[in-house]
Design a protein around this ligand. Structure first.
Ligand SMILES: Cc1cc2nc3c(=O)[nH]c(=O)nc-3n(C[C@H](O)[C@H](O)[C@H](O)COP(=O)(O)OP(=O)(O)OC[C@H]3O[C@@H](n4cnc5c(N)ncnc54)[C@H](O)[C@@H]3O)c2cc1C
Length: 531
């Protein structure tokens, strides 16, 4: 008899979400996490004595409200902080554009740049919210089978189709037309202010090996609508950093009866008669289960954990073509005080800085930053997505001091010259120099810094190719194609082996949805005695 019903490889937030649902369904569930702490890319670490920061992801995706409610996460300590500001976009000419959650307030700020854009923004945001309502059911849906769609799948898609018809001609047309467009074109159709165009476009390329002129980058923006109903990326934080989210999930999983083992790296998924039966850990221990669920990314799962002889050559070649070239890095900084950003003055400066801070003032800047990546170098003028979470969460830094989390794009996984280990300090200096153009006093405030290169993302945090989303989220790796065509339903060619991470639909971001969707399919298979 197998020792467990379920083994989950990886204690990232999706693995933990799946563990909660599976354990609540009465299945004996064991989570095996290779690192000493669970949480994956949703963790908080001490970056300097007394300073804690979300090491990798810094703002939540947003987390699915359904997951939060189903798993009672508030009861397990989850406290989401949502500042009024979504993003403050900085410009080298000392002007800044503050986009609030509230559309009318954001439009008021845009009015300082262009009355035309202020009007367009209101229509853009309204259209986005409407389109988002149509697309959002897709996120919590298992993508339909292309070969043999079931009745329920056809029914669910039919409901989305009906909602689509309800959009009206204008928004229907927009939705169909926007998906394949370059996000730079989309932003230019709506707005004349470069800073606003670039701030909107940045969301379409977040985490992608793509610039704003790359075809299909509007998809990222549309997906944002599905998850959040707002064209501007969310800035919701978790009290205690994102590690507090995965701690709440871990507590919920334990209370539902799951077990979590940290420091337990799976080296091999063993099979018998085409069925996954057990895992082998580093150190040689073997643990059996009726089903194995991988929260590791698809490349790791299919190309490292499974013996290739167990996979069909056509499937293997598709898995090898799954794209995971990352281009992001992180610099987390402990600060002795709040930096002064040029053009962000007055009594409301701290409030304006409490959401995300965007550096990437125009479309050409973003595209040039991507150019560097394309040719194997990090950009000296990268796109930066910055948060100062200690402004709204005093638990992260000593009084009067701050932590700053700097997401850096574009920094390619593969460097043409040298390697990440020898160039990490030089890279971090270059990012700080760029920051200093917008916050001139920052250098004297820095007490300590943590540098996370794309190679660290792979080697320390287990992300193949350093890709923050477990793989590109382009049309060919999306929805029924995620991770691979024919395998978007969380099942794999090996019986009793499932995927539940960001490499499955609906993809990356701290949402919990891949984990929840996968758990639903696994429970269905258990109930139908297919496992
Ligand atoms: C630098 C960075 C910034 C980001 N910023 C944001 C953001 O601001 N907002 C947002 O919503 N999203 C952001 N993301 C994306 C988001 O963090 C990911 O999409 C999300 O964490 C994926 O969750 P997951 O549970 O699927 O996988 P992961 O978080 O990657 O977890 C997978 C887990 O599996 C473990 N594992 C892998 N292999 C094995 C093995 N062989 N044995 C045992 N365990 C194994 C890993 O150690 C890891 O803990 C960011 C990501 C990065 C890297």
């Amino acid at each position: 008899m197998p020792e467990h019903d379920i083994i989950i490889i990886g204690g990232g937030h999706n693995g933990l979400v799946a563990a909660c649902y599976l354990a609540k369904a009465g299945l004996k569930t064991l989570v095996l996490e290779r690192r000493e702490i669970a949480g994956g890319a949703s963790i908080t670490e001490e970056i300097h004595p007394g300073f804690h920061c979300s090491t990798l992801a810094h703002a939540v995706g947003p987390i699915s409200p359904q997951v939060v409610a189903d798993l009672n996460l508030s009861q397990f300590g989850l406290e989401v902080i949502t500042p009024e500001v979504r993003v403050l976009a900085l410009s080298p000419d000392n002007r800044s554009l503050c986009l609030y959650n509230e559309t009318a307030r954001a439009a008021g700020e845009i009015e300082n740049f262009s009355s035309k854009d202020a009007k367009s923004y209101t229509e853009f945001a309204t259209s986005f919210a409407r389109i988002g309502r149509v697309l959002s059911p897709l996120a919590s849906m298992t993508p339909p089978s292309l070969d043999k769609p079931g009745a329920a799948e056809i029914w669910n898609l039919g409901k989305v189709g009906l909602a689509f018809r309800g959009l009206g001609k204008k928004d229907e047309y927009r939705l169909l037309r926007w998906g394949p467009m370059a996000v730079a074109d989309l932003a230019a159709e709506w707005f004349e202010t470069e800073l606003l165009r670039a701030t909107v476009a940045a969301r379409g390329i977040f985490g992608a090996f793509a610039g704003p002129w790359s075809a299909g980058t509007s998809l990222g923006l549309l997906w944002q609508a599905a998850l959040d109903g707002n064209p501007i990326g969310p800035s919701s934080f978790v009290k205690g950093g994102l590690g507090a989210f995965t701690q709440a999930l871990a507590s919920a999983a334990l209370s539902a009866g799951a077990q979590i083992r940290a420091g337990a790296e799976v080296l091999r998924i063993e099979t018998a008669e085409d069925k996954a039966t057990k895992v082998m850990l580093k150190g040689g221990e073997e643990i059996s289960a009726r089903a194995i669920v991988s929260n590791a990314d698809p490349r790791t799962t299919f190309l490292r954990l499974i013996d290739p002889v167990n996979l069909d050559p056509t499937f293997l070649s598709k898995a090898r073509n799954y794209r995971t070239t990352g281009t992001a890095a992180k610099i987390n900084v402990a600060l002795s005080g709040l930096p002064s950003f040029s053009g962000v003055n007055g009594g409301d400066a701290a409030a304006k800085l409490s959401g995300r801070i965007h550096i990437g003032p125009d479309i050409d800047y973003l595209e040039r930053a991507f150019d560097a990546s394309k040719y194997g170098d990090y950009s000296p003028e990268p796109y930066l997505d910055i948060t100062i979470p200690s402004l709204s969460d005093s638990t992260l830094a000593p009084a009067g001091k701050h932590v700053m989390s700097v997401y850096v794009q574009f920094a390619p996984y593969k460097l043409k010259e040298g390697d990440w280990n020898s160039r990490r300090e030089e890279f971090a200096d270059s990012v700080v120099n760029q920051l200093a153009r917008y916050a001139p006093d920052i250098k004297r405030l820095i007490l300590g810094r943590q540098i996370v290169t794309p190679l660290d993302l792979e080697q320390i945090y287990g992300l193949s190719g350093g890709h923050i989303h477990h793989g590109e989220q382009t049309l060919d790796q999306f929805f029924t194609f995620r991770p691979l065509i024919g395998w978007a339903q969380y099942r794999t060619p090996i019986k009793a082996l499932y995927l539940c991470g960001a490499g499955t639909h609906p993809g990356g971001g701290i949402t919990g949805m891949p984990g929840a969707n996968a758990a639903r399919e696994i429970i269905r298979d258990f109930r139908a005695r297919k496992v």
